[in-house]
Design a protein around this ligand. Structure first.
Ligand code: GUE
Length: 309
């Protein structure tokens, strides 16, 4: 059998960002409103700083306002809550993103709950989770599942009726909302996780397999149904051993791998996202889309179709 189609998330994300830029320009022209996202980073985590910078760069490129709040790691929880209160009240701020993970002395659920749901660009607030779970309009959908669904639709078309979907991983950020989206799309959805009995057999039944467990290359080629669509959400940094056998000479070298053993899976799947260049770029593009959508709702303008599921 021929190798799988490689789903180019980077290219799809570039197209989505261009559509968001058009929407931003249109909202400025029609309502005089520039969408703005406040990005709150607490602490100095190196990976978080990289992600936050790429979010801020994307905002500016698309003509949106970026309000950066980089705070010390020992910031008091009460001060973070007070900052969120100010951002909630600021009419120039349409979306608020608090970069996770937060330092351990801060209660993440308390912080997420403080963001007004209308400005919850990540879609992590219980109100948005509840709107999504009950199939109500106006839910802000978490960026990674939304981006994954857009890639699935681009691959298989919008009619996913009756397809067997398996979501591996049950996080509030990816697994649970992903399952809700697929259910709403009339898939037959299974949620699997580390305690699932005979995980390979469960995976082999899936027409659509979304892997979001954060375990490097856990899903092997023989776990995949021939022809299946495989969405690899994992972004795992591992030592670069075996890439060209120079790892011993370059002990600091790392590479990114997904939750799927790509080289095996590409021989079996019908279509598969790579890591990097798959779901990751879609996450950032969907954050831009959610910010535009929040600004549209605040202004009473129509919401972009891709954000209004
Ligand atoms: N409140 C909050 N919202 C988030 O959305 C959020 C967060 N906290 N904390 C951290 C994670 C991580 N995350 C990524 C986004 C894009 C890439 C991405 O674009 N990755 C590139 C590769 C980047 C590289 O080379 O390191 C790719 O997959 O092609 C990765 C990771 C968003 N996160």
């Amino acid at each position: 059998m021929a190798d799988a189609t490689i789903i180019d998330g980077k290219a799809f994300a570039a197209g989505l960002r261009a559509r968001v830029a058009d929407g931003v320009a249109a909202l400025k022209a029609s309502h005089g409103v520039t969408p703005g996202l406040a990005v709150v980073l607490v602490g100095e985590d190196a990976a978080s700083q990289v992600y936050v910078r790429s979010k801020e760069r994307a905002l500016v490129e698309l003509g949106m306002n970026s309000f950066d709040h980089h705070e010390p790691a020992d910031m008091a929880e009460s001060d973070l809550l007070a900052l969120i209160d100010r951002l909630n009240a600021d009419p120039a701020v349409h979306g608020i993103l608090v970069q996770l993970p937060l330092p351990r002395h801060i209660d993440t659920q308390k912080v997420l709950a403080r963001i007004v749901p209308e400005k919850d660009a990540d879609g992590f607030h219980v109100v948005n989770a509840g709107l999504l779970a009950t199939g109500q309009p106006g839910a802000i959908v978490p960026c990674t599942p939304l981006g994954s669904l857009l890639l699935i639709r681009d691959t298989l078309g919008r009619d996913l009726k009756g397809k067997r979907a398996l979501v591996l991983g049950r996080s509030n950020i990816v697994g649970k909302p992903m399952a809700q989206l697929l259910l709403q799309a009339d898939c037959t959805v299974t949620m699997a996780h580390s305690r699932t009995a005979d995980l390979p057999a469960e995976c082999r039944r899936a027409d659509i397999l979304v892997a979001a467990v954060g375990r490097p290359e856990m899903v092997r080629g023989d776990w995949i149904k021939p022809g299946a669509t495989v969405i690899d959400v994992g972004i795992n940094r591992v030592p670069a051993v075996g890439i060209n056998r120079v790892a011993a000479a370059e002990p600091g070298k790392t590479r990114l791998v997904g939750d799927v053993a790509f080289d095996e899976a590409v021989k079996v799947a019908g279509a598969i996202t790579p890591v990097p260049g798959g779901v990751g770029p879609m996450t950032i593009a969907c954050l831009m889309l959610n910010t535009l959508a929040a600004a549209c709702r605040a202004a009473g303008a129509p919401v972009p179709e891709e954000a209004a599921l």
